[in-house]
Design a protein around this ligand. Structure first.
Ligand code: MG
Length: 329
């Protein structure tokens, strides 16, 4: 039987899912329920994720305090990076950095700060996506899945593009993506692919050549790599984390991709040239509106560093932007 507490939790989850805002709950027929104000205060906290890459090497230097700072800014969940397949620990992309965090310690520190590690970016070191290498990929994803399950991750995401020159290459890559998803799914973890801008390059079938007589206004030949990934992966095994900034940098409209692949895109990377909302090139009100409409499960803020500023500065300014934005639930 549902207790009052679980009822409230479910109510707040429903509202987070975009069925109603806390305000709408207070105004509709359940407003007489004595705990609506409590439920409304639960929903007042926005679901706000951060990809820890945004902090470069500043976070690992003092992880407990860094995590506490993020929680204070309003972040509620993290997508981490830096998984090392040899040790099963987490570092960063700097080869000089020998500091590695044990997954159990990482989880404990995040728990203590009130943050959840829900996602992780990781890429196998095997580079050749061939059927002969399938078992190496399986080994990588099996070991990584065990470790990420301990962290309590819900998503494991590959953020880097294998070498693809033809449609056939893309299909071979998708066979391995499907296998990765099959492995993580067994542990209840969704497997996803994260794009940059190169996924919006077109490739053709093996042996096909561009038409030398094509006029500039003729439709280009070939298919976007991202589209080949969507079409050749199994929707039950592979989802997509759409990086909206890199989609724009790939000369694409993120809203159009979300519309066309509403059942496949489950997560977003919310990124701008630096601080969110500052550049004028990202239409975040429309991006969030569309994201909620297609039922995204979450999003992660991502920033590159900027010379003369700490990375924490950009991460904090972006948190303020989202906290004060009425279009972010
Ligand atoms: Mg990204």
């Amino acid at each position: 039987m549902a207790t009052r507490r679980t009822f409230l939790k479910n109510l707040s989850l429903l509202t987070l899912g975009g069925l109603a805002t806390g305000k709408a709950v207070a105004n509709n027929s359940v407003s007489s329920f004595d705990a609506v104000s409590e439920a409304t205060s639960v929903t007042a906290k926005k679901q706000m994720g951060l990809q820890t890459y945004s902090l470069g090497q500043e976070l690992l230097k003092d992880l407990p305090n860094g995590l506490a700072r993020l929680a204070k800014m309003g972040y509620t969940e993290l997508e981490i990076f830096g998984y090392k397949e040899d040790s099963g620990k987490f570092g960063d992309y700097n080869p000089q950095n020998k500091l590695l965090i044990d997954p159990k310690e990482y989880k404990k520190m995040a728990d203590d700060a009130g943050l959840k590690i829900t996602s992780s970016h990781l890429t196998p070191s095997v580079r050749e996506y061939t059927p002969e290498n399938m078992s190496k990929f399986e080994d990588f994803w099996k070991k990584a899945t065990d470790i990420h399950a301990e962290l309590g991750c819900k998503y494991m995401v590959q953020p880097s593009l294998p070498r693809i020159q033809t449609e056939e290459d893309a299909k071979r890559v998708c066979d391995i993506f499907n296998k990765a998803g099959e492995i993580t799914n067994k542990a209840g973890i969704l497997w996803g692919y994260h794009n940059h801008s190169n996924e919006f390059k077109r490739v053709m079938k093996e042996g096909e050549k561009p038409d030398p007589n094509a006029r500039p206004w003729d439709p280009p030949k070939g298919t976007y790599i991202e589209e080949l990934f969507m079409k050749n992966t199994d929707p039950a095994k592979v989802m997509f984390e759409l990086d909206v900034y890199w989609t724009v940098m790939g000369q694409q409209d993120p809203l159009e991709w979300m519309d066309n692949y509403k059942d496949r895109i489950k997560l977003l990377h919310i990124k701008d040239r630096w601080i969110l909302g500052d550049s004028g090139m990202m239409n975040f009100p429309n991006i969030f509106k569309k994201g909620y409409e297609i039922g995204i499960l979450g999003y992660f803020v991502e920033l590159e560093g900027k010379k003369g500023h700490t990375q924490f500065e950009g991460v904090e300014a972006s948190a303020k932007y989202l906290q004060s934005a009425s279009f972010v639930k």
